[in-house]
Write a protein that binds this ligand. Structure first.
Ligand code: GAL
Length: 482
């Protein structure tokens, strides 16, 4: 739909930016922190780009005051970060590390002192290694109680100061990469185990939300989901069905459970047929239904375009983690769908399609299917950036990307979608899990690379100033910049 005039952004719209503990903090073994599964996984040869680790990352642990000062200079309204579970509970449960809690308390207080709202993610992929060793982490139902216990500790400590909470970040990503693609810890490739671990994560998510409500924590809570809306490559009915399969399998399979406590029928039936369906025990569905979130957190990067894929068709393929354009392999789920290149979309050097209209489509689908407000908890462009001799970074491609996506949000608001805010990924440059440090997302350039930590000095990119202007105008500048 086209509007004669776009609606303005709400006055309290949260213009923010995001990060995750493992990707920025460093200090991996300092301040009483226990190891997480990522601390060990990155040490397995060949797992990450040029064997990079987050041991130092961008040293946010020591430089958080400098980073918050930059956020304040930009006028940021919200900063989303994650708490490392093993910094609070080095063994995953039991003894509490007060020094870890104090680090996050200092960060939260620093943000509040600068009128920046802290948005806290409880889990961004770094389960304590101790729980992995003890009972296989997400593969055991014990994780439900342990995650709830950890969440409760954090709720009690920070309630009143934090108004927006994110439970699990991209459950679909850490589960599929961890238990199917074997590219994230624990490096397993077994669908039966994957769906069991996923079911436990669903239960842990619901249990934490239930605890949040029982404790009377003021504020709102929800998961962040990595949603890439699915398109059919054309109007051939087999391809339209493939896109429906992809939407049900890749999106509804998670979001329906969050919102309604039930798996989509067609996907669950298909899982039963394969012998991969999780065991749903008495009481599970009741718990899931008690954990309906207040909002859907959306991490949006790209859409997917689908085509028919026969039962003996293409399966899992390799991702591009090197930044050499065109190296992503064809992939799909035999019998359900495969991914096809969309002829209308440009790609980044990591082969991620750029599709601002896809964001509007995703927002519309979520809003009309689930009728909840949406909080965009991540969106951004990973690219090579160059520090010039004048110490500047001219990232006009990032400004263009963010401007077009922010405008798509304004269009969705004009369509009637209720929005809480927009956190770009990311504030500073950071470790990009499997892609090293060369794939940069930040408004703030951090001088380091894979081989050399250098001085980790911060430099403001051109996009820093563009976002500053956009926040000050509450987005009113976007339409004119079109
Ligand atoms: C997401 C993830 C982030 C970040 C981002 C960009 O999947 O939540 O941690 O890595 O992708 O690559």
């Amino acid at each position: 739909m086209e509007h004669k005039r776009l609606s303005p952004f709400p006055a309290d719209f949260l213009w923010g930016s995001a990060s995750a503990a493992y990707q920025v903090e460093g200090a991996w073994d300092q301040g009483g922190k226990g190891p997480s599964v990522w601390d060990n996984f990155v040490r397995i040869p060949g797992k990450t780009f040029k064997e990079t680790t987050g041991d130092v990352a961008v040293d946010h642990y020591h430089k958080y005051k400098e980073d918050v000062a930059l956020m304040a200079e930009q006028g940021l309204k919200a900063y989303r970060f994650s708490i490392a579970w093993s910094r609070i509970l080095p063994e995953g449960s039991g003894a509490v590390n007060e020094e870890g809690l104090r680090f996050y308390e200092n960060l939260i207080d620093e943000l509040l002192a600068h009128q920046i709202e802290p948005v806290v993610t409880l889990y961004h992929w770094d389960i304590p290694q101790a729980l992995q060793d003890q009972y296989g982490g997400w593969e055991s139902r014990q994780v439900i109680a342990d995650f709830t216990n950890y969440a409760t500790l954090v709720f009690n400590r920070f309630k009143g100061k934090v108004k927006h909470w994110v439970t699990l970040n991209e459950q679909n990503v850490f589960i599929s990469h961890g238990y199917m693609l074997a590219t994230h810890p624990p490096g397993v490739s077994d669908p039966k185990r994957m769906y069991a671990a996923n079911h436990h994560a669903n239960l842990a998510n619901a249990s934490a939300i239930k605890a949040f409500r029982e404790l009377g924590v003021p504020g709102k809570i929800g998961p962040s989901f990595a949603y890439g809306p699915n398109y059919a490559i054309d109007s051939k009915p087999e391809n339209v069905l493939a896109a429906l399969n992809a939407e049900e399998y890749n999106a509804n399979f998670w979001m329906d459970v969050y919102m309604w406590g039930e798996y989509p029928k067609a996907v669950f039936t298909w899982l039963e047929e394969q012998g991969w369906a999780p065991d749903i025990l008495p009481g599970d569905t009741e718990l899931l239904k008690q954990g309906a979130p207040d909002f859907m957190g959306l991490n949006y990067y790209q859409t997917a375009t689908n085509a028919f894929n026969p039962i003996d068709g293409v399966g899992l393929g390799k991702m591009n983690t090197t930044g050499e354009k065109g190296t992503t392999e064809e992939q799909g789920i035999p019998g359900l769908f495969k991914n096809a290149a969309n002829p209308y979309l440009e790609k980044t050097n990591w082969d991620w399609e750029i599709d601002p209209t896809g964001l509007r489509i995703g927002l519309r689908r979520i809003a009309s299917r689930y009728r909840v407000p949406v909080f965009i908890t991540e969106n951004g462009l990973g690219e090579y950036d160059k520090l010039t001799a004048e110490s500047e970074i001219h990232d006009d491609y990032r400004i263009d990307y963010l401007r077009r996506h922010a405008l798509a949000i304004q269009e969705a608001i004009s369509d009637g979608v209720e929005m809480i805010g927009y956190c770009t990924w990311s504030f500073t440059d950071l470790l990009s899990w499997l892609n090293g440090y060369q794939k940069r997302y930040g408004f703030v350039f951090v001088d380091r690379d894979e081989a050399d930590e250098k001085d980790l000095k911060r430099y403001k990119k051109d996009s820093f100033y563009w976002y500053k202007k956009t926040i000050a105008a509450n987005g009113a500048n976007l339409i004119d910049e079109k």
